[in-house]
Design a protein around this ligand. Sequence first.
Ligand SMILES: Nc1nc2c(ncn2[C@@H]2O[C@H](COP(=O)(O)OP(=O)(O)OP(=O)(O)O)[C@@H](O)[C@H]2O)c(=O)[nH]1
Ligand SMILES: [Zn+2]
Length: 496
Amino acid sequence: MIEVPVQGGGQVQHVATTQLPTAHGVFAVHGFRDGRGEEHVALVLGTPEALLADDAAAPLVRVHSECLTGDALGSWRCDCGDQLLAAQRAIAAEGRGVVVYLRGQEGRGIGLMAKLSAYALQDAGADTVDANTSLGLPVDARDYAAAAAVLRHLGLRRVRLMTSNPDKAAALRAGGVEVEQVVGVPVPVRTDSARYRQTKVQRMGHLPPVGPRWSGERAWEALLAASSHSGADDLADDLPDAHADTDAAASVLLERYSPLATGRALVIAQVAQSLDGFTAARTGDAHYVSGAQDREHLHRLRALVDAVVVGVSTVVADDPQLTVRACPGPHPVRVVLDPRARAPLGARVFTDGAAPVLWCTSSERAEAAAQGVAGRSHVQVVGIDVPSVVPAGALERSRVVTTVLRALHDRGFGRVLVEGGATTVSAFLAAGALDRLWITTAPVLVGDGVPGLRFDGADLMADALRAPSRRFVLGEDVAVELDLAAARASSASGTS
Ligand SMILES: Nc1nc2c(ncn2[C@@H]2O[C@H](COP(=O)(O)OP(=O)(O)OP(=O)(O)O)[C@@H](O)[C@H]2O)c(=O)[nH]1
Ligand SMILES: [Zn+2]
């Protein structure tokens, strides 16, 4: 056993070293006993060479005071549990660092039972400082000499310390460890610990808290940025990795949209249906099938693509704007598939000027259509090489799909959302043109109405179209995403 005397009388004995596999990586864990008989541990990530390298930044270190309620029981009365997690994540993200976990510091050193008594006084209105003093106990009875001794034992003479408590930095410096930087520990804001955190700043001289580095807003900006890098493959840099410190909103957005946020060409579709498979009532009324969260989801999908495609029937029935309003983000180019040029010239997409419109008509109808929208600079007519008769057969529909996607691709719009109606989405699906299909199911029964997805089906369930899927709850609704590109790839390689 090695004894490490330090200034101020602190000394620790090294007792054992072993491995600790955790959610954040495999840490080495070193056990120590101090002069008072308290047992402490150091969780260490990274080789000694990596930790002690002179030419690298000083390693991240967290000196953490034991808190049974916060660390082990998940209590939100204090921020200890969140801080421990945030420290392990930050260390994992850098690939090296140390958490010194100090036992015997429960309740800022007054012990667990006294802390619970102090909590009871806080329930009655006292703040965390007055609660301790009215129990006749010190506000803070901790000292960190043992932490300095542990770090010295590990050979660490310079650290970046994760804390908001200036006493910890001072104690390490007094114990012979240089604190090159004090780094805030990013933790979520929680109502239950708000007053406690405020008191620490106002009455105990702690530094103000820092928020998580990835808020929902920032994550969404990163997703938008990653989507707009045309053609590049190295976009992952824009997005936080799996260990990044994210708040709840950021986690949801990143999980849901990261697979879509690449600069690569991508054709996706979205449909909202009733439980019994209708997209509108018998009269065509579709206001509204799904709820507000699904609307926001649809607007996010719009913001992540270059172009959004609708069939003319949707323009006639719903007069949609097809812009991004329920979240921040750029409007996509709006594409109306209308071989017979029957969209009303007063439709909102033709009159609002909010974003460019490509009106895709058959070549024969293109000139007349262009005259109809003359002077509306945001509308461009695109003549597509398809007959202007109703393209009833599957073959014609699939020709329209291919021709339109090629026309969009040629104009630099590789990322496409096919938004409706269900006939148009079905045509893209049947043509094998969709990479991902989002279907939102709303808990409503329509009985009879405008049918949802329909395509030439299979005779046997064994031959039905199956694909890897993900599920998301959107309020009352459930969105399922089918990864059709993955399904095609696995059936092409015969592994389906
Ligand atoms: N007495 C008392 N102790 C508390 C209370 N809430 C949390 N603690 C204890 O406070 C200790 C953590 O100290 P904090 O002041 O939250 O933070 P810190 O460790 O000083 O500083 P950071 O490094 O920024 O986390 C743990 O031992 C907790 O058990 C409380 O209301 N009363
Ligand atoms: Zn705590």
